[in-house]
Design a binder for this molecule. Structure first.
Ligand SMILES: C[S@@+](CC[C@H](N)C(=O)[O-])C[C@H]1O[C@@H](n2cnc3c(N)ncnc32)[C@H](O)[C@@H]1O
Length: 268
């Protein structure tokens, strides 16, 4: 990632934080009262985290990180947005949860954190901000203890090929290293954004490139799932399942995978 991409993306994320913290999508007041912001499939696929150390890379303002703490893990979250980390520390204090949050770029995490973890968790809109899966996977392998787990729950890159309103095929599925430059200034939550930083850069990573990068960095594959639902209103016509907090294609209509999740392990 060059300095222009990094700086545009960081400014855009810094600006989004206040809107997201106030949104009903994240519903911070409800989270402070208790409960989890994780999805049941994530909790099931990771299994018990009781007493384990867990690192959340690209943790945003920490609701998922703190949810893992409520599930029993000793948690650390890292994100390059200082306003996000400030909000995460504030919410942790208001919830009375002991958590470590650090500001940093993903690939600098091993130096910033100075330790390895039983579990590395990331996803739901994380990988698209990183240009280089080989570098990310190598970084991840330096953050997981021997025998430890990497769990990734991510939006399926096939959804990137379609136009947002009518699902016409518009973009390349394969990654040619050229970022998608977005000037829309939109976000995925409710609430208005300040519109100062409206340019960001994202990359589509085919599932094969993610898995192969992790295998090349020493991980072994334990589980891979594709899901018919997603965490936000990605396309018109998706039906909101309020109880499960997900959106799906209507019953009886053809569907494509909207998310995927995978669990890999480093040899002991
Ligand atoms: C969609 S959020 C994912 C977090 C989580 N799934 C959630 O919904 O709260 C993406 C996060 O990645 C962070 N981010 C983007 N690029 C990054 C980078 N190169 N290094 C560290 N954090 C980065 C952003 O600041 C943002 O908080």
């Amino acid at each position: 990632m060059n300095e222009r991409h990094l700086s545009a993306n960081r400014s855009m994320w810094d600006e989004r934080v206040a809107t997201h913290v106030d949104s009903t999508f994240y519903d911070v007041p409800r989270f402070i009262e208790g409960g989890s912001h994780l999805y049941p499939f994530e909790l099931e696929e990771v299994g018990s985290v009781e007493g384990l150390s867990l690192l959340h890379l690209q943790c945003h303002f920490g609701l998922d990180t703190l949810s893992w703490a409520r599930a029993g893990a000793a948690v650390t979250g890292l994100d390059f947005s200082k306003p996000a980390i400030d909000a995460a520390r504030d919410i942790a204090a208001r919830c009375g949860i002991d958590a470590r949050f650090e500001v940093g770029e993903v690939n600098q995490a091993p130096e910033i954190l100075g330790r390895k973890y039983d579990i590395l968790y990331t996803g739901r809109g994380a990988l698209c901000w990183l240009p280089d899966m080989a570098r990310w996977a190598e970084t991840a392998s330096r953050l997981v203890k021997p025998g430890g787990l990497l769990y990734l729950s991510e939006f399926h890159p096939i959804t990137d090929i379609f136009t947002d309103d009518d699902l016409a095929v518009e973009n390349n599925y394969f990654d040619h290293g050229i970022p998608f430059e977005d000037h829309s200034g939109c976000t995925y939550t409710d609430g208005d954004l300040p519109r100062k930083h409206v340019v960001d850069f994202t990359w589509t990573h085919p599932v094969s490139s993610v898995i192969n990068a992790l295998l090349k960095s020493g991980f072994t594959l334990e589980r891979f799932e594709e899901h018919e639902f997603t965490a936000f209103n990605r396309f018109p016509g998706l039906v909101h399942d309020e109880k499960a907090r997900v959106y799906r294609f209507p019953e009886g209509e053809p569907s494509i995978p909207l998310m995927y999740s995978t669990r890999l392990r480093l040899p002991a």
